[in-house]
Structures are given as C-alpha cells and as structure tokens.
Design a protein around this ligand. Structure first.
Ligand code: DX5
Ligand code: ZN
Length: 225
C-alpha cells in the first residue's frame, strides 16, 4: 500500500546520537518523526519538551509529529509551534475545551490531531472530527514504549476509518503503540494511514534503517478494498 506514512518514535532511540539515528531513519524513508511529550501527570512517565523539538528541527526537515501526553496542553501550544513542531496532537481525555485547543493549533498554521486512549470510545470524536487533520488511535495505554499491541484496537481502527470516510475529508488515521511488521499489514488494511513505531524500529537487532525498510516491505502488498 503506497501512501502510508511511517513515523519512527524517538522515545526508544539512542539519544546519545540523536542526529545520527534521525539521519538513518530519514535515509531509510521515514516520513515523519514522532515525538512523545509526557508530563508525569496525564501519563505516569516524563520524557521530552520543547528543547528536543527545537533540536530535532535543526537536524531534520522531516515533519515533526508531536504527541502531547500532557494535561492542559493549551499552556504549551505556542511554545511547541515556536520550537518547530509541524503537527500537534492532543488527547481528548486531557482537553475539556477540545474545540478551542484544536482551533488554536490550526490558527498557528499547524496540523491539529486528536488522540484517543484505548478505553475512550470513538464517539468522543463525533463533534470534533470535521475540525481535525489527524486522528491518533492509541493501541497501547500511553506512557511507555515497547508495550504489547492491544488486539481489540484493530476493530476500533476499522470503525474510525468508517467515520472518516463518511465525512469525506482527508484526515490522517494514525496508530501508535506496539506497531511492527507483524501487525502493520492488518492495521493498514483496516484503514490506518500513519504508523508510529518505536521499539520495532529502534530496538531491532538489525538497526533502525533496516527495521524501517522491513516495516515498509511488510505493508507494500496490502490492498485496500
Ligand atoms: C506511547 C507513545 C508511543 C511509543 C510507541 O505512549 O505514545 O509513541 O513511543 O512505542 P512502541 O512502538 O515501542 O510501542
Ligand atoms: Zn506517541
């Protein structure tokens, strides 16, 4: 299947040589770089903030797909935009005023995405879907790399695809968590257009570039009805 994007998540990358690993995955055909921002409140882990996004901006031209797993993300939208994010994704569970947040992101000229935790029903998207550029379905509970894919999420991806198709707008459907060459074909067949992959790329024994190519090969022959 052509046109599916692969977004390596640097959460699992060797940060001592970030520019080298980013160059490696870019050279192997990565489409976006996925950056997992965690605040220790919304999720039980702490990771990166604006300085890493700014550093990435200086080392790559690939779009930076910034996944905000933080409470009250509206406090930092402008800072992430200034740091060089291209796409900002906020969680519906963290945003009581989601409509305002999405419009704020788009007002700054960035692509706006919404993410749903595994237990959050797709009905949470109903009123906001016409306003977003991207939907991210969490296929693990957010907070850590290297977790096992929750099988039941495949069906959720299929239903999300149905909602997007019914709307008739080109909204990216991204899956995040436990994605690798084993389940990527089924996810793409279910309608995913962006595959985030952390451990399956950066912890692969063959190295990130070869792992990314393997993921690409796995989805090459998938045909969508
Ligand atoms: C999890 C993050 C993911 C994570 C995916 O909370 O949102 O982006 O890096 O990593 P893997 O592919 O290892 O599950
Ligand atoms: Zn993520």
């Amino acid at each position: 299947m052509k046109g599916v994007r692969i977004a390596p998540s640097i959460l699992s990358a060797d940060l001592t040589c970030l520019s080298q690993v980013v160059a490696e995955v870019a050279g192997a055909g990565a489409d976006w770089i996925h950056v997992d921002v965690m605040d220790g409140h919304f999720v039980p882990n702490l990771t990166f903030g604006m300085p890493i996004v700014a550093a990435l901006r200086r080392i790559t031209r690939l779009p930076l797909d910034v996944h905000l797993m933080i409470e009250a993300p509206e406090r930092y939208l402008e800072a992430f935009a200034r740091a060089g994010a291209d796409r900002l994704i906020v969680h519906v569970e963290a945003c009581p005023h989601l409509h305002r947040v999405i419009h704020e992101i788009r007002r700054m000229g960035l692509r706006a995405g919404v993410a749903l935790n595994p237990a959050t029903p797709l009905s949470a998207l109903e009123e906001i879907l016409p306003d977003v550029d991207q939907v991210l379905i969490m296929t693990v509970n957010p907070g850590f790399g290297g977790q096992a894919f929750i099988e039941r999420m495949l069906e959720k991806v299929r239903r999300a695809r149905g909602m997007i198709d019914a709307l008739g707008r080109p909204i990216e459907l991204e899956v995040d968590g436990g994605v690798g060459p084993g389940n990527a074909p089924a996810l793409v067949a279910a309608g995913a257009t962006v595959l985030v992959a952390g451990a399956s790329i950066f912890e692969a024994p063959e190295g990130p570039a070869e792992a990314l190519r393997r993921l690409r090969r796995a989805i090459e022959s998938v045909h969508i009805e």
